[in-house]
Design a protein around this ligand. Structure first.
Ligand SMILES: [Zn+2]
Length: 74
C-alpha cells in the first residue's frame, strides 16, 4: 500500500508547457506522473483514465488539468 501526498494541488507556476505531449495520444500534456526515474505525460483525458493504475506505483503526481479551465478563451 502506497499513499500519494496531496501536496500537488497548489502550484505557483505551471511546469508543463505546450511542448509536453501526452504519451498516449500526442495531445498537450496536463498531467505528469513520475515513477521512480521514469516520467510519463498524459493529457487530462488519459491522465484520468490511467490514474487508478498509476497511483499505485507513482512516486510523484502533477496535475495541471485545471489549466484547461483557466486557459479557455472567454
Ligand atoms: Zn492523451
Amino acid at each position: 500500500m502506497s499513499q500519494i501526498s496531496a501536496e500537488t494541488t497548489e502550484h505557483d507556476s505551471y511546469q508543463l508547457t505546450a511542448a509536453d505531449r501526452c504519451d498516449s495520444c500526442g495531445a498537450q500534456a496536463y498531467i505528469r506522473v513520475a515513477i521512480g526515474d521514469s516520467e510519463l505525460l498524459f493529457c487530462a483525458h488519459h491522465g484520468r483514465r490511467h490514474q487508478e493504475k498509476l497511483e499505485a506505483v507513482a512516486t510523484d503526481w502533477l496535475d495541471e488539468s485545471r489549466r484547461l479551465l483557466e486557459d479557455s478563451p472567454a
